[in-house]
Design a protein around this ligand. Structure first.
Ligand code: FAD
Length: 288
């Protein structure tokens, strides 16, 4: 069983503490890698870099740095890639990024920048021998005219050198398997790792899903109905929902998961325990 964990760089000292608590709690599970997001339009460039550097220096984890090309010249993006390489990073999650006016606004490449993700992947691979992961959208990207157009884009990213795709989160596993069939039929054979979002906060997850073009099934809303003021029960329901989803994926042959942790460890740790992952006793004592 393989897992990876996604974190976002923290804004405040308090958030920094919970980020590192989450990393310390999840690290003993020996993830395949941990990734750190890059804020919209490169807004967290320094913080992403600092977080990734600390992961390299202070832990045994393998970091993957997210990187977008929106609103940046090729020179700027290449400088970030070289900085990562110099810091010991060997894995980049390459993304286009959202237009500055948000999802739905027209995307225009920077005049001196990479044209899109495939171009970015090619650029990264030409700088050094990085492992490059990219996004995949089982329900298609909101800007995409069709799932087929989306899969064409994935194919272009793979042809440019991407070695793994991580999916946008989804709540209906059939969506993932239908998508996987179409991806394989297109001749794409890299791992398509399901991105799992444990629903720590249903309202926030709904907003997040609307922006990302992911559907929220009525049965899921029903499960959280009436629990707005009951965080303890909400947490138990969230654990049940995520456990059902992940165990069903395992039953259907999946053995690699990417968790959107939202910088919180508890739910993800519990789901990994269900998946059979165990922290060695010595590591557990160190994390405590
Ligand atoms: P691509 O794969 O390049 O494109 C997605 C689809 O959009 C394509 O299939 C295509 O049909 C359509 N499309 C793309 N370009 C055009 C165009 N010019 N005209 C018409 N249609 C087009 N964002 C961040 O800012 N920072 C992050 O750290 C980050 N991490 C992410 C991690 C994962 C696993 C995922 C799934 C998404 C992440 N995103 C992140 C969000 C991502 O940047 C946005 O979804 C962005 O809008 C698309 O970037 P992409 O590389 O996923 O798109």
């Amino acid at each position: 069983m393989h897992v990876s964990f996604e974190f976002f760089p923290s804004k405040t000292a308090e958030m920094e503490q919970s980020l590192w608590e989450a990393i310390a709690r999840l690290a003993p599970l020996a993830p395949n890698f941990v990734s750190v997001t890059y804020g919209a339009g490169g807004s967290t460039r320094e913080r992403t870099h600092a977080t990734v550097r600390r992961i390299v220096n202070d832990t045994d984890l393998k970091p993957a740095a997210h990187l977008t090309c929106v609103g940046a010249s090729r020179e700027d993006v290449d400088a970030v890639v070289r900085d990562y390489h110099a810091a010991g990073v060997r894995h980049i999650v390459a993304l286009r990024g959202d237009p500055p006016d948000g999802i739905g606004a027209a995307y225009a490449p920077h005049p001196g920048g990479y044209r899109g993700t495939a171009d970015l992947v090619r650029g990264i691979r030409s700088i050094a021998d990085f492992e490059v992961s990219v996004s995949a959208y089982p329900e298609k990207h909101p800007e995409s005219p069709s799932v087929d157009a989306d899969i064409d884009m994935l194919k272009a990213k793979v042809d440019a050198g991407a070695t793994r795709a991580i999916t946008q989160f989804f709540f209906e596993n059939d969506l993932y398997f239908r998508y996987l069939d179409r991806v394989r039929a297109r001749g794409i054979d890299i791992p398509i790792v399901p991105g799992i979002l444990p629903v720590q906060n249903f309202k926030a997850a709904t907003t997040f899903a609307r922006r990302a073009g992911a559907s929220v099934p009525a049965w899921l809303a029903k499960r959280f109905d009436g629990l707005d003021d009951d965080p303890a029960t909400r947490k138990l329901i969230a654990a049940t929902v995520a456990a059902e989803q992940v165990l069903d994926l395992v039953k259907r042959g999946v053995d690699d998961f990417h968790f959107y942790t939202m910088n919180r460890a508890d739910l993800v740790y519990a789901i990994c325990h269900l998946l059979g992952l165990r922290a060695p006793a010595a590591a557990k004592a160190k994390a405590a």
